[in-house]
Design a protein around this ligand. Sequence first.
Ligand code: KE4
Length: 424
Amino acid sequence: MERPISEAYFQEAKRHIPGGVSSPVRAFKAVGGTPPFLVRGEGAYVFDADGNRYVDYVMSWGPLILGHAHPRVLARVRETLEKGLTFGAPSPLEVALAKKVKRAYPGVDLVRFVNSGTEATMSALRLARGYTNRPYIVKFRGNYHGHADGLLVEAGSGALTFGVPSSAGVPEEYAKLTLVLDYNDPEGLRELLRSRGEEIAAIIFEPVVGNAGVLLPTEDFLKALHEAKDYGVLLIADEVMTGFRLAFGGATERLGLKPDLITLGKILGGGLPAAAYGGRREVMEKVAPLGPVYQAGTLSGNPLAMAAGLATLEILEENPGYYRYLEDLGAKLEAGLREVLSQKGVPHAVNRMGSMLTLFFTEGPVVTFQDAKRTDTELFKRFFHGLLDRGIYWPPSNFEAAFLSVAHTDLEVEKTLEALDEAL
Ligand code: KE4
């Protein structure tokens, strides 16, 4: 497949934008080659500047559970934009969307809208520290919660798991306030809670991981997470990716979680910039202007994003069968991948919940981030381009989730499996 126009755009973009992209993963560093410059999306498909068409499994990294350019979502945004773009004042749309969030998440009494998942997690962590008056937070290797300074941290060498920066520009002093543990290591978490629980403000986790590739939580790990309450540690479920994806009430509903705070994004904005953090009143009442924890935003709750999110959640609420549909289609894709890879004798593991899945090129089970890192990234590169050149746009990193939408059908799954068979 030829992409001369995208190649020209990439050269041009790199003259004006770092790496030619607005977010690093889009630059294809993990897979090489030139990222297609996309000009249109429709249902399960995207079209690049050279006129090539692809079945899309990136789906803008999660927001588009209804598929690209859903007519009802576009119509709602169109009618809203006719009345102006932003007011910087309260609007009925925010109230409507907040009530929808609370219907999906009964444990949420108050919710605050922001503009990105990063803002949501950054604010939730500031709130947790403000509410508990404690300095430390806990995160897990392979979990990504956006690019706020305290979250660009990896495990330090010390047994005490003090964090060290995983990005330039993050001060050591700041990083060491983030303690980093292994996901799905309940004993490690229990040990830390026993030894330092009283100093920890919050634990933030991906209830189903998408950012190490997909990792599913073990029962005992979820149990250990909920024992945080015994130490006065707040539990923050980062549902930016899983919210409204795994069920209307996200992983919280599907796995029966009881977090003190949740963060939302992606599907919440229906494709426009909207995210949120929310939780029980006792905690959320600490947020300005009610309480001492400051957080603000010029375009927070902006009408267009609220309209796109409202339309999206209304459609999801009206069609509860969509989650069954996505489960069945996801199962078909998973079974097909396993069949083709087994026939070719290629070591693989597929981790999936509902419509988010990852194909690892390593023998399973893939339970921890360490397991995921065994994947054959060289083979993944060839897999990725083998599919891309056959019109299948898989996420350009083995440590990401592929997403299905309700616009994907058996036809797209068939095309994907045929392309995989040929590519292998
Ligand atoms: P944003 O700031 O990108 O809106 O959200 C950050 C975030 C927070 N929490 C979770 C669980 C997330 O998955 C994300 C963002 N996800 C990535 C995909 N792995 C966004 C894609 C990108 O960085 O370009």
